[in-house]
Design a protein around this ligand. Sequence first.
Ligand SMILES: [Zn+2]
Length: 374
Amino acid sequence: MISIVRKLALGLLLAIPAWAGQVNAEALAKQNGASFHWFPVQKTFILVSSSDTLKFAIGLPYASNHGQSIDLARAPELQDGHIWLDSADAASLFKTAAAPSSAVTSSSSAIKSSATAKTAASTKPATPKNETAGTREVKTIVIDPGHGGKDTGAQGKKSNEKDIVLSIGKLLKKELEKEGFNVKMTRDKDVFIELGQRANLANQWDGDLFISLHCNAIDATPERKKQIKGYHVYVLRAPESEEDKAIARRENKVATLYGEKNAKEELSPIEWFKLEARLEKYKQNSYMFTEEMLKAMDGGKIKRQAGGVGGAGFMVLVGALMPAVLFEIGFISNEEDEAYMMTDKGQKDIAERISKAVSTYKSAVHSYRETLGR
Ligand SMILES: [Zn+2]
């Protein structure tokens, strides 16, 4: 996975800075006893010393150290096959690596605190309202029935995605309230809500878990539609397959279709980089909940599709400052799945299973907190 750019090393002595006061990133790494790793496709690079793991992206004026964001004086640049950092950044980022090992810990925390001060002064990154969502008790559940209004979502032979997910969402709310959860819905009627707004609402409500409900669909021959069925739980992470990518594109399409601000069907490598610190924060809990979903759904009528778990760049999850999943309940393009998702019995069973998963997830978080002594 990691490739060191040897070409850069060869041309090191001939490298001419593109602006005054800049430093060659690879040379800097060497000086400080750090290793240098360049990822050409993503245009990102990492410097790893004994105490720091600093990640950068070309053209982006901040870095991250162990997932913590650090503002840079100037974005790293790629010029003539070399990567350049501002000398001010170079001085503050790497002095820890050069320090004797006894001083590493204290100066490393000095960097972190100066980085925190910078972040606080800058108006750019929105401070998450709920800094600890994920390790605190699970109380508020946000249900997000996908699509709505002019956006029907995927269409089956007899039904629309927007109606199925709304019905199941409402039943899920009832089930969760029976269990004592505080439940919010991004929509409880047939209205259109932008993807970005759904996450905003969840953040305003200070949710502990965000569940976006959807129905999957494929555009294929009748024979293939018959074969492809089942549920799938998605988290926000870089897609590992073309199939997962395609599903995110389909679910994101609504934003570009109706001219939502900042709408796109796919996240760029730079956007993934920007998201990394936040993803890191909620990833463990999103996976914990996914595990519980698999356990709860597996006994049901609709089985796992292709392993049942995936990740991709779902826009509706990008803005949520809490553990979040997008649940594709079943394939509306498959007659069997569609029929089950349309019946009262099927909808109730699905809602009960999701509710069960939320309850067991809550217990898992509770146990985890106890091990932390909270
Ligand atoms: Zn959908």
